[in-house]
Design a protein around this ligand. Structure first.
Ligand SMILES: C[S@@+](CC[C@H](N)C(=O)[O-])C[C@H]1O[C@@H](n2cnc3c(N)ncnc32)[C@H](O)[C@@H]1O
Length: 286
């Protein structure tokens, strides 16, 4: 596996997103984009994008948000999607609508030599929680932002507030050993759960007018396709899938039964609705 140029401290994350993580997200791209669409909508509603805006989509993954952003900016605008995952960017390139004003860059946002003041917005859906030294990463990305430019991103609040990610894992833990411990500030989905930490990171990186607004959502992890679809998804991507990987078949079967029963209690029609709680973070460059 060849990794892009990066801050060495991000090697573990780069390895994950170019390996198993990238494979899971690429395999599940269609479902993930449908499940996470409500987050894109909130971000885009809040961002106040205008035709002609130039936007950096950080940790753009398979590109869904870059495509949504390009619809807002029109062809007079420009979207740069940056990501450290080669497989996910390959999918993003495949899916790019012809003529869309989008370019994708394979790089670590911590070290990439952005053209100074080349965008007027930094945007991200769940793509900024994986930096080993986020102050450095945000300081580097701020160089790309024009004076008075704006930052907006979504990140997860605490695991306790996110059955969307944790319910299946808790059921799996009734049968299989726990995953290695992740400390609250370690790179990972919950590393920006603390409001104080987000404010400190962004303040240290030179942003001002930093604000966090919480949003409590219900995510249909079945995408309207019923209980089996929801089960397939949680076994294919996310923390439960990692806990069950390489476990003996009898334990996987027992865990799968427990997860199915727990998901069934959230089945409404063909939807499996699980709560998720996010921060919408906004800030300004001066
Ligand atoms: C949870 S995924 C979200 C992907 C996408 N934004 C979405 O909502 O579908 C996190 C993304 O951040 C990317 N990422 C992690 N560390 C990065 C880094 N240092 N620089 C750029 N992208 C990074 C990963 O490769 C992955 O695509």
């Amino acid at each position: 596996m060849t990794l892009p140029a990066m801050d060495d401290r991000n090697t573990d994350q780069a390895t994950y997103w170019n390996g198993l993580g990238g494979k899971h997200w690429t395999d599940q791209q269609k479902v993930q984009d449908a499940v996470l669409a409500p987050v894109s909508k909130i971000l885009i509603d809040r961002a106040g994008i205008k035709p002609g805006d130039r936007i950096l989509d950080v940790g753009c993954g398979c590109g869904a948000t870059s495509f949504d952003l390009a619809k807002q900016t029109g062809v007079t605008g420009h979207i740069t999607g940056i990501d450290i995952s080669a497989p996910m960017l390959a999918r993003a390139r495949e899916l790019t609508p012809p003529g869309a004003p989008i370019e994708f860059v394979l790089a670590d946002a911590t070290v990439y030599a952005f053209k100074p003041a080349s965008v007027n917005m930094l945007f991200s859906r769940f793509g900024v929680m994986f930096f080993a030294e986020p102050e450095l990463s945000f300081a580097n990305m701020r160089k790309a932002l024009a004076p008075k430019g704006r930052l907006i991103f979504a990140c997860w609040r605490t695991p306790r507030e996110n059955p969307m990610l944790m319910l299946a894992l808790q059921e799996a833990y009734k049968h299989v050993p726990k995953l290695p411990e992740v400390k609250p500030e370690d790179p990972g989905p919950f590393s920006f759960a603390s409001e104080d930490r987000v404010k400190k990171v962004l303040g240290d990186a030179g942003f001002s007018s930093i604000a966090l607004e919480s949003a409590d959502l219900k995510f249909d992890i079945a995408v309207g396709q019923g209980l089996d679809a929801a089960l397939t998804t949680v076994l294919a991507i996310g923390p439960a899938s990692r806990a069950l990987q390489d476990q003996p078949p009898d334990l996987v079967a027992a865990a799968t039964k427990s997860i199915r029963e727990a998901l069934a209690t959230h089945l409404i029609g063909n939807q499996v609705l699980l709560g998720g709680s996010i921060w919408i973070v906004t800030a300004s460059n001066g």
